[in-house]
Design a protein around this ligand. Structure first.
Ligand SMILES: Nc1ncnc2c1ncn2[C@@H]1O[C@H](COP(=O)(O)OP(=O)(O)O)[C@@H](O)[C@H]1O
Ligand SMILES: [Mg+2]
Length: 258
């Protein structure tokens, strides 16, 4: 049996000055070790809010008013801010849709990926550089040294995406949260990045929460799927069950357009 890496119980997120306005309502989900869980739902269903909650990065206007987020058995909602800093980026990493946002345009990509190692490890700089080059190779950057020395705008979209993934996974987090990471890519590139996610899971044993509204993506990479609608989980389970017997109208509609 797989152990559970992340267990979210009855998570409720509200607007701080309007507690009746719930962006997430009693959301429960679990991420087994060594698995890819797809978090699916229409625009505004609460996918990003759920991932920001796990990262303890909700904007001040939003509050977790109920629930628990157990990561490796510890409730992240109860630990001090200081302790969150050693989990975020180190044991749980997040990537977003737009790799341009992840990088500062005036620094080289290499310097920015090194920074994660400087913050989260005690390695000397020469070793960090070596680790970053190795990670670049692992994520499929053909010329790691060139990528290392480039400024973000000098890389192609696909290379930037890979560099962003390297930045997130270099220090070997247990969990990667990827918020619509492929929706800005063309289909061929999307397939390559999805294959990279599968490799990260199988080779580096990183579990992934993959946020998407594309059931084709779910079918290709995910083990489990959680369907959100208006801040509530309407359906969840193994991908093959959900895709072959969708119960909720929203899921049926998504499958209908495949
Ligand atoms: N800071 C905020 N204050 C109030 N409402 C917000 C805030 N951030 C997001 N929302 C609302 O929360 C809902 C869920 O948003 P989000 O989690 O971004 O959805 P998704 O990622 O699934 O598109 C949306 O209706 C959005 O307008
Ligand atoms: Mg979102």
């Amino acid at each position: 049996m797989n152990s559970v890496l992340l267990q979210v119980n009855n998570l409720t997120v509200s607007v701080a000055d309007r507690p009746q306005r719930r962006l997430l309502n009693q959301v429960s989900l679990s991420v087994p070790a060594d698995s890819i869980v797809a978090l699916v739902g229409g625009s505004g269903s609460g996918k990003t809010t759920a991932s920001l909650s796990v990262m303890r990065l909700l904007p001040p206007a939003l509050v977790c008013s109920e629930g628990q987020i157990f990561f490796k058995g510890v409730d992240l909602l109860t630990i001090p801010d200081q302790d969150v800093l050693s989990v975020r980026g180190k044991d749980i990493a997040m990537i977003f849709q737009d790799p341009m946002q992840a990088f500062n345009p005036v620094l080289t990509v290499g310097a920015q990926v090194c920074e994660v190692f400087q913050v989260h490890t005690d390695l000397p700089n020469a070793m960090i550089r070596q680790k970053v080059l190795e990670t670049f190779a692992q994520v499929g950057l053909d010329d790691p040294l060139r990528a290392f020395r480039s400024y973000p705008h000098q890389l192609s979209g696909g290379m930037r995406q890979r560099a962003m993934i390297a930045q997130a996974v270099g220090v070997s987090p247990s969990l990667l949260i990827a918020d619509e990471p492929t929706s800005s890519l063309d289909v061929t590139l999307q397939a390559k990045i999805l294959d990279l996610f599968i490799r990260l899971k199988e080779v580096l044993r990183i579990s992934i929460i993959l946020i998407t509204h594309d059931l084709g993506v779910v079918r290709h990479v995910a083990d489990h799927v959680v369907v959100l609608s208006e801040g509530q989980v309407v359906e969840s389970g193994p991908v093959k069950d959900i895709l072959s017997h969708p119960k909720h109208r929203y899921t049926q509609q998504l499958i209908g357009v495949l």
